[in-house]
Design a protein. Structure first.
Length: 655
């Protein structure tokens, strides 16, 4: 049955009106004129029925300087900020139920699960601006304030873009977010609400046509980058998405009353400072709505023939439109099964949940010079889950989660996760176990466009069966972290060297070990980030064996400690590997075994300055351009940027 998505969405919207009933409360501290300086944020996962796990707003130089942290996180884009990117340290997890990822630029969008909410003692605003070569520009504006002690609201706008060093490489991303969080004084009721809008524009050149023009000529004979022939001359990818999320809870339990005490520790029972519900049973409701529109357009038939060859019909202009709508409506109940007098178990909570998903998937394309509806599907899922965890403030924490789809399109999808944290002195041990049995994504099951078409309904793909084992060991005082991950990936789905969908119907193992260490000697700092990984089916999953991102800098306080200055270099390096190619029409990376990437030292020199709430950085990227040679490719046909200067400024305002 076809249901209108807003019918499911309606149930979650009207309780937001309750927020208007909360009046502004002037606390005793405000009456005394005291002004706190508390600036904290949290995410959906940190907003619990009994507490909110807060993190201080990051005012470090790193958060500001690494505004595009692809390399630092071992990800690689197509050589220009805002382009499609691939993870060179795979640890991807698909969601249970409908899987609607259709491109590789999600890191440049606002998402409900990654939105930040705030808890502030004063209004807070941030303005961030960056500028670089080839008209790279970016701006990020954020404002948030607490309307009352438990009610926060805010907005955020971000715009990034760059022309790129080569033809048809322009990117432009616009993001807007609105968010609110609320928790009543007595902790009876709490709610989160957010709206996200994302708009992206990516010109697609398909890579330079002849890599040898870039790699074989000596530095003095390098020709202008804009004159390099590229594979697409009029192609572009566009997308637009709207996301709306709402989550609420209602607590029932005992009241904890805090009374006024004098200096002699005498309690005045008629002077109540605060009342707070200690939940013994809680009811939760969450609804998320997401609409995505993706367009690929190309009007140059002659250039396209070189790239697509016989894999697609290239006799006419291409205009492909994909539209996806999803609604996820979930209800849950949280129980505290153990009595409060058993202190070791009193904070253990059991969460039972059930929900429904509804999705629409439609694709339009030009076939025989006519705009046709190629795909028009509707999906429903009914799922349920159980979670068991204790308090996040315990020295020994655990979190067990099981979620499965009972009926619908993704029936028998299952995810089991177990993670724990053990604090032994100043050492933190964090083991994790994940088991997944997941249906293919919607794109993998069926794709129809002017150029490519496949449908696996006649020969369905097998479900993915993945096992992940992970252990992290962290020593904050020493700045030391070490960890490892083992992944057994069954029925891996990928695009092969012919850019066709394929499945490896066996198990691929991927082993990873990483080390992070921060050294300090007086004003000298050395931050090391190293990773070794091994995959037993290279050519299907292509990753470098060794990756590193290291930073050496001098940091010192000047002018009576009013200014913090850091000057140094960053070095990114990987061993040689056969990196994946990229197909702009499907927006997917594909495996190839012909072209080797890596083995180039990517060096960046930088200067960072912080004065009060103002920040500045300037850097030279790719300082070793052409040394020892021109081999710095992000993907076959996609060179990284040449030597370029970039700078950025950030201001934080507190009222």
């Amino acid at each position: 049955m076809k249901l209108h998505p807003f019918l499911l969405l309606f149930l979650g919207i009207f309780p937001q009106l309750l927020l208007a009933q909360q009046t502004t409360d002037t606390t005793a501290q405000a009456q005394r004129g005291e002004k706190l300086n508390q600036f904290n944020y949290f995410t959906h996962q940190n907003f619990q029925t009994d507490t909110t796990l807060l993190s201080p707003i990051d005012t470090s130089l790193e958060d500001f300087y690494y505004y595009a942290p692809q390399m630092r996180n071992f990800k690689m884009n197509l050589g220009n900020n805002g382009t499609a990117q691939i993870n060179l340290s795979p640890n991807d997890s698909l969601p249970i139920g409908l899987k609607t990822q259709f491109d590789q630029i999600d890191d440049f969008r606002f998402h409900t699960n990654t939105n930040r909410f705030y808890d502030l003692s004063q209004p807070y605003a941030k303005i961030f601006y960056i500028n670089g070569a080839q008209r790279e520009e970016g701006i990020n504006i954020k404002f948030s304030q607490n309307v009352s002690p438990g009610w926060n609201t805010g907005i955020e706008y971000r715009k990034t873009g760059s022309e790129g060093f080569y033809q048809r490489q322009k990117t432009s991303h616009n993001n807007f977010g609105f968010f609110q969080s609320f928790r009543s004084k007595n902790n009876r009721y709490g709610a989160l609400a957010n709206f996200n809008y994302n708009d992206t524009y990516n010109e697609e050149n398909g890579g330079i046509r002849y890599d040898s023009l870039f790699t074989d000529l000596p530095r003095a004979e390098q020709i202008t980058r804009k004159s390099f022939e590229v594979n697409y001359l009029q192609a572009k990818n566009l997308s637009r998405s709207y996301g709306l999320g709402f989550r609420q809870f209602l607590n029932f339990g005992t009241r904890r009353i805090k009374y006024y005490k004098d200096e002699n520790d005498s309690v005045y029972v008629d002077s109540i400072i605060s009342e707070k519900i200690l939940p013994r049973i809680s009811f939760e409701h969450q609804v998320n709505y997401l609409k995505q529109e993706l367009i690929f357009e190309d009007q140059d038939v002659q250039a396209r023939n070189y790239v697509l060859g016989n894999l697609a019909d290239t006799s006419s202009n291409i205009f492909d439109l994909t539209v996806v709508n999803t609604v996820d409506n979930q209800f849950g109940v949280i129980l505290y099964p153990f009595p409060s007098h058993i202190s070791s178990l009193s904070d253990v909570r059991l969460r039972l949940s059930s929900g429904i998903q509804y999705g629409e998937y439609a694709q339009h394309g030009i076939i025989d010079q006519q705009n046709r509806l190629l795909t028009d599907n509707y999906y429903n899922n009914w799922y349920g889950g159980v979670e068991l965890r204790n308090s996040v403030y315990r020295k020994h924490q655990f979190h067990l989660q099981l979620k499965t789809v009972f009926a619908g399109h993704d029936q028998n999808d299952l995810i089991f996760k177990f993670k724990s944290l053990h604090q032994l002195g100043s050492w933190h041990f964090m083991p994790k176990l994940t088991l997944e049995t997941l249906n293919p994504t919607l794109l993998e099951e069926e794709f129809a466009s002017s150029a490519y078409q496949w449908n696996t309904s006649d020969q369905p793909l097998n479900k993915r069966n993945n096992l992940k084992l992970e252990l992290n060991i962290h020593q904050p005082k020493l700045g030391f972290s070490i960890g490892g991950r083992y992944q057994a990936l069954g029925n891996h789905i990928y695009f092969d060297a012919l850019q066709k969908l394929n499945q490896y119907n066996s198990t691929i193992t991927l082993s990873q070990i990483w080390l992070e260490q921060k050294f300090k000697l007086s004003v000298f700092h050395l931050d090391l980030k190293l990773q070794y990984q091994f995959v037993d089916q290279a050519g299907i999953i292509n990753v470098p064996e060794f990756l590193s991102y290291n930073s050496f800098y001098i940091q010192h306080e000047l002018f009576k400690k009013d200014m913090l200055m850091r000057i140094g270099v960053d070095l990114y390096y990987t061993t040689a590997y056969t990196g994946d190619g990229y197909n702009p029409v499907t927006r997917q990376f594909y495996s190839q075994t012909q072209t080797k990437l890596g083995e180039f030292p990517w060096l960046e020199a930088f200067l960072m300055v912080n004065v009060d709430r103002a920040y500045f950085f300037g850097k030279l990227s790719n300082v070793m351009e052409g040394i020892p040679n021109y081999n710095y490719f992000a993907s076959p046909g996609y060179p990284l940027n040449d030597l370029a200067f970039k700078f950025g400024v950030k201001w934080e305002f507190v009222n």
